[in-house]
Design a protein around this ligand. Structure first.
Ligand code: HEC
Ligand code: HEC
Ligand code: HEC
Length: 149
């Protein structure tokens, strides 16, 4: 078994753009939605429970699934940190657990695959890669933090 694809080719980019276009057209995306493919850091509970924050690689998922799969069928709201996810729900097959169940994708025993952020990183959309995020030196602007409650 080898690595199946290396990086994101122009075709995949185009496909993603087309999908995005469709979603915009269908009115699925709020007008202020970002067209960027930033990672989403989710940290409503992780730090408080002694886990590293979750880094959700949006681009990686967007090139594999239509927006609708997650944002309509699975009910993910278009807001970083806006879904009140916890491990009971994930194990129960909701949110990430709809796919990360050892069948569609690797299962929840791989804690560090999801809990890969740097401790103390607030919930936000991060415009760059997981690497630079984990590498530190990130100082998010307050406006980038994922909403207030
Ligand atoms: C497929 C992704 C994924 C995997 C794998 C995963 N988690 Fe999580 N986990 C999440 C998400 C998303 C949240 C919500 C993050 C937040 O808001 O802080 C979360 C939250 C948590 C929380 C805080 C909320 C709660 O339920 O208490 C703990 C503790 C936790 N995870 C532990 C674990 C442990 C231990 C493992 C491995 C056995 C694990 N997680 C594997 C996605 C994952
Ligand atoms: C595999 C699931 C999945 C797919 C496919 C997906 N998203 Fe998301 N999206 C998420 C998750 C998870 C979040 C973060 C939610 C949270 O933090 O609770 C999110 C957050 C967002 C946000 C708010 C954060 C930001 O970046 O501004 C927007 C907008 C968004 N998605 C748009 C899209 C669009 C447009 C598509 C299709 C091109 C898409 N998503 C495809 C799972 C997905
Ligand atoms: C619609 C299905 C689906 C949902 C929902 C989903 N994932 Fe995934 N995810 C996948 C698939 C498929 C892969 C690729 C698995 C593989 O390579 O074996 C993946 C891979 C990943 C990876 C590894 C990326 C890489 O660079 O290899 C991470 C991290 C991840 N998911 C986190 C999450 C988190 C966190 C959530 C919930 C917020 C989530 N996923 C929700 C289907 C999904």
């Amino acid at each position: 078994m080898s690595k199946e694809s290396k990086g994101i080719g122009p075709a995949a980019r185009l496909a993603a753009l087309v999908l995005l276009g469709c979603a915009l057209f269908a009115g699925l995306v709020p007008p202020d939605a970002r067209a960027e493919y930033g990672d989403v850091v989710i940290n409503n509970y992780s730090d408080k429970s002694g886990m590293r924050p979750v880094v959700f690689p949006h681009w990686f998922h967007r090139i594999r699934y239509r927006c609708k799969v997650c944002h309509a069928d699975l009910g993910f709201k278009f807001q970083a940190g806006g879904n009140d996810i916890n491990m009971v729900k994930v194990i129960d097959g909701q949110f990430c657990g709809a796919c990360h169940n050892g069948e569609v994708a690797w299962g929840i025993e791989n804690c560090n695959m999801c809990h890969s952020g740097k401790n103390g990183t607030p919930t936000q959309v991060h415009e760059s890669t997981t690497n630079s995020l984990v590498g530190g030196g990130t100082r998010p602007a307050p406006a980038a933090a994922g909403g207030t409650k």
